[in-house]
Design a protein around this ligand. Structure first.
Ligand code: 26W
Length: 807
């Protein structure tokens, strides 16, 4: 039976009554939202059960994507869209007197991630289900997601993200599937029947409870699982001892220490901090996830030799790399396999994705910490290291000198990337340039030892969320022009290319963009009281705040324009609105200073009579998935200006091009592949290449000071930072000034300034020629199909996982 507004409205009315005792007139938006979820689950849950049963019956190989982060955002629209019911629900809600957007926005973002790495995991889940591939997520159900950001007097203030304060409608608690995870204690080794046996004593028991979230495929009835683990304590798991006093207090201590494990997500993107709790979280995820997978596996298959044929464990960066020794531990100690058997299986089951080459982000844990927390795993890591180093010594004499640099354990640290590489059958980077840098520089000796393991999988984004859902009017224009095949097969977007110069399409696309800008302008007016010109160029820089992402370079361009407008009040500048969205890690002082500077510059620019009608600057607070969804459809210019070689891929670049924004960017990460596809004339490339960056670093011949002394524009901008122009208390800005001059500008901001300014001038010039701009915009949309995560996931499925769709 196909549903209509006439059949759905009474169902929703009935749900409101039976669940909340409310009539339509009485119901709140939240109750309506929750009723929608309840109705949705009635159809999702049976499909979920069937999907899982099918996988078992077909003995399908299954992938488990282990990730410390899943940045899901809201699910209600995705689930409705994928069920093919989004429009139906929107119409029904409107007919009942509700505002669909307001109702959907009752769902709080699941912000269980920092940035790209977490959002990638979420896009991958969507593609796995939509392609009917047997693949599931394993993550942590943090009680608090990434902090909520407020801006107070231009400063970032962090507040807890209490996303579970209302019931999370999509999850199902599976108490009966709890797993015990063990920390600390001691290991006793004995000989039994000629075999070494390891007994683990005096450990702390932590109960891992899974909460399952259904991941609904697009119009296909496939429902996979995202399993999120929560650390809980129960009195059953605490040994009360009547001979000991104060047991109740011990219990409370124990309970608190257990619950801390899944309490919050660490807000540290691209910087590694050796925090013990973070390490506990990593093992908690790995051990609970793996035990639950192997329990299922054992129910169905008798022999562990089959494991690599039936299961793949894909690890999202090194964060879950303890999965290597944990799998070894289970196979050796619990299942009684020999080292050789266990290692053969492990090495064929685990696969590793690298997301960064920044040395400060590569995880190294002190040996003592690992030994204390996981004494048995420590022994196993030691053995893996011994065998690996021996193998290097005998099989790769040419690498002998490099053994200390390649060892898993060296100078008192355990190198997680080395552990991950040694224990995996696949090692992949996330964009071609990034993979090349891994192979030829950062992990070069490993590529000599394991040439077959290295491969590239250029990132992607789900076009269902990032085009169809966030920009329905653009999606309609596309469908009117080339038909709707692109929705299931995003590569068909290419067919737009031949319409790039079509005046009618250009005009319609311009109209859609303008409407989207008007919506964004209204939101900005409501939130911040800032009026933006909806005819201006909307230039967006949205991503985490980091030195290498160079929000500062963008800001220098803005200050340059500000100076120009003041010097020449009749300057003919095309009006531009600069939008920033960015959170800074709470301990990253420099990043926080840049936020302060953005806000200080905004204050000046937006109020200066000679500037404010030409340039506007808006720092949008609390950047998160749902805010990205508002900004991206309205964007004209996409800022992808990282120091070349530093951004592994970027995925915001893909979302923005898919919505018709033109990129201004360096030859970094996936920008390189975007440029290759759209053609050099449809992207604004500038700055040092990654090779040039490496060579300056190698030769040590960059002198930031020369740029300050020799480029009057740079000097003028930088002097404003330290002469109390932007704030009469400008210690923060002095700090930025010093980092550029006295720390020699680690990210080459001053070096790339001139070429960035020229590229920005080209942007303006092109924008003035609307038909040329729109042509480029359409070409960008046409080539964005390649950057769908459907393509990425198909490559993982074929080249790494060896899994097939299960229809
Ligand atoms: C251990 C601390 C820590 C935490 C998170 C170090 C590193 C990370 C992540 C790897 C940071 C991250 O999100 N990386 C981004 O991953 C995206 C998806 O592949 C890429 O598009 C981005 O370029 C990369 O910065």
């Amino acid at each position: 039976m196909t549903m209509t507004v006439q059949t759905l409205a009474p169902l929703l009315t009935e749900k409101l009554l039976s669940s909340f005792g409310k009539t339509v007139d009485e119901a709140t938006n939240k109750e309506v939202f929750q009723s929608i979820c309840l109705l949705m689950k009635e159809s999702i849950h049976p499909n979920w059960q069937t999907t899982q049963q099918k996988y078992v019956e077909a003995e399908s190989k299954q992938v488990y994507y282990f990730s410390m982060e899943f940045l899901l955002g809201r699910l209600v629209e995705t689930n409705l869209l994928n069920a093919g019911e989004l429009d139906l629900y929107k119409d029904t809600l409107s007919s009942m007197g509700f505002n669909p957007e307001e109702v959907f926005h009752e769902e709080l973002d699941a912000g269980l991630g920092n940035g790209g790495l977490g959002r990638l995991a979420a896009c991958f889940l969507d593609s796995l289900s939509s392609l009917q591939l047997p693949g599931h997520g394993m993550g942590i159900r943090y009680k608090y997601g990434l902090f909520q950001q407020k801006v107070v007097d231009g400063h970032q203030v962090e507040l807890p993200d209490n996303w579970l304060r209302d019931e999370y409608m999509w999850e199902t608690k599976r108490e009966e599937k709890a797993i015990e995870v063990r920390f600390g204690g001691t290991v006793e080794t004995t000989y039994e029947d000629d075999k070494l046996v390891f007994h683990h004593h005096d450990y702390e028991r932590v109960l891992a409870i899974p909460y399952d979230v259904p991941i609904v495929g697009f119009e296909n009835k496939t429902v996979n699982t995202l399993r999120l683990w929560s650390a809980e304590s129960t009195t059953n798991h605490f040994h009360f001892n009547s001979s000991r006093g104060h047991d109740y207090y011990h219990y409370l201590d124990y309970k608190r220490s257990v619950e801390k494990i899944s309490e919050f997500l660490y807000p540290d993107d691209s910087y590694y901090e050796g925090k013990i709790l973070r390490l506990k979280q990593q093992y908690f995820l790995v051990s609970a996830g793996l035990q639950s997978i192997l329990r299922r596996f054992k129910k169905q298959y008798k022999c562990f030799d089959l494991l690599p044929e039936k299961i793949v464990l894909q690890i999202n960066d090194t964060h879950p790399s303890l999965i290597v020794p944990e799998l070894m531990r289970i196979l050796l100690d619990d299942e009684g396999l020999s080292w050789e058997q266990a290692w053969k299986i492990t090495e064929k089951t685990v696969a590793y994705t690298n997301h960064t080459t920044l040395s400060e982000a590569l995880e190294k844990w002190p040996e003592a910490m690992i030994e204390d927390l996981f004494p048995r795993l420590y022994m196993i890591i030691h053995e893996i290291n011994e065998r690996f180093c021996k193998m290097l010594w005998f099989d790769f004499p040419e690498l002998r000198e490099q053994i200390p640099a390649m060892a898993i354990i060296s100078y008192g640290n355990i190198h997680m990337a080395h552990l991950a590489m040694v224990g995996s059958f696949s090692i992949n980077g996330v964009a071609r340039l990034h993979t090349d840098i891994l192979k030829n520089r950062v992990m070069k000796p490993f590529n000599i030892v394991y040439p077959d393991r290295f491969n590239n999988k250029t990132n992607g984004i789900t076009h269902r969320r990032w085009l169809l859902n966030v920009n329905p009017d653009l999606a309609d224009e596309i469908t009117k022009t080339i038909g709707d095949q692109w929705i299931k097969k995003p590569e068909f977007l290419k067919n737009l290319q031949s319409f790039a110069t079509n005046p009618e399409l250009q005009e319609n696309i311009a109209k859609v963009k303008h409407e989207n800008k008007k919506k964004l302008a209204t939101f900005i007016k409501d939130q911040y009281g800032i009026t933006i010109n909806d005819q201006s160029i909307v230039d967006v820089h949205i991503k985490r705040l980091h030195g290498y992402k160079r929000q500062l370079l963008n800001l220098f361009h803005i200050i340059y324009l500000y100076n120009q407008c003041i010097e020449n009040p009749s300057l003919d500048l095309y009006p531009r609105t600069f939008i920033f969205g960015a959170k800074a890690a709470p301990g990253y002082t420099f990043a926080k200073h840049v936020i302060k500077l953005i806000n200080a510059v905004a204050e000046k620019v937006n109020n200066h009579p000679h500037v404010r009608d030409k340039v506007k600057v808006v720092f949008m607070e609390n950047y998160q998935v749902s805010l990205a969804e508002r900004i991206i459809p309205a964007a004209d210019v996409s800022e992808q200006i990282s120091t070349a070689s530093k951004e592994a891929s970027g995925t915001g670049n893909m979302k923005l091009m898919m919505n018709g924004a033109l990129t201004i960017g360096t030859e970094d990460g996936a920008n390189v592949e975007i440029r290759e596809r759209v053609g050099a004339e449809n992207i604004f490339t500038f700055g040092l290449s990654s090779e040039e960056v490496f060579s300056h670093q190698h030769r040590g011949d960059y002198r930031a000071r020369d740029y300050y002394n020799n480029d009057s524009r740079i000097k003028q901008i930088m002097d404003l930072l330290v002469n109390e122009h932007f704030s009469n208390d400008d210690v923060e800005f002095k700090d930025i000034f010093y980092s550029l001059l006295f720390n020699n500008d680690e990210y080459f901001v001053l070096k790339d300034f001139d070429s960035y300014i020229s590229a920005q001038q080209a942007v303006e010039l092109t924008y003035r020629n609307q038909s040329s701009w729109l042509q480029k915009s359409i070409i960008n949309i046409a080539h964005s199909g390649y950057f769908s995560s459907d393509r990425t996931i198909q490559q993982y499925a074929k080249d790494i996982w060896n899994i097939k769709p299960q229809r």
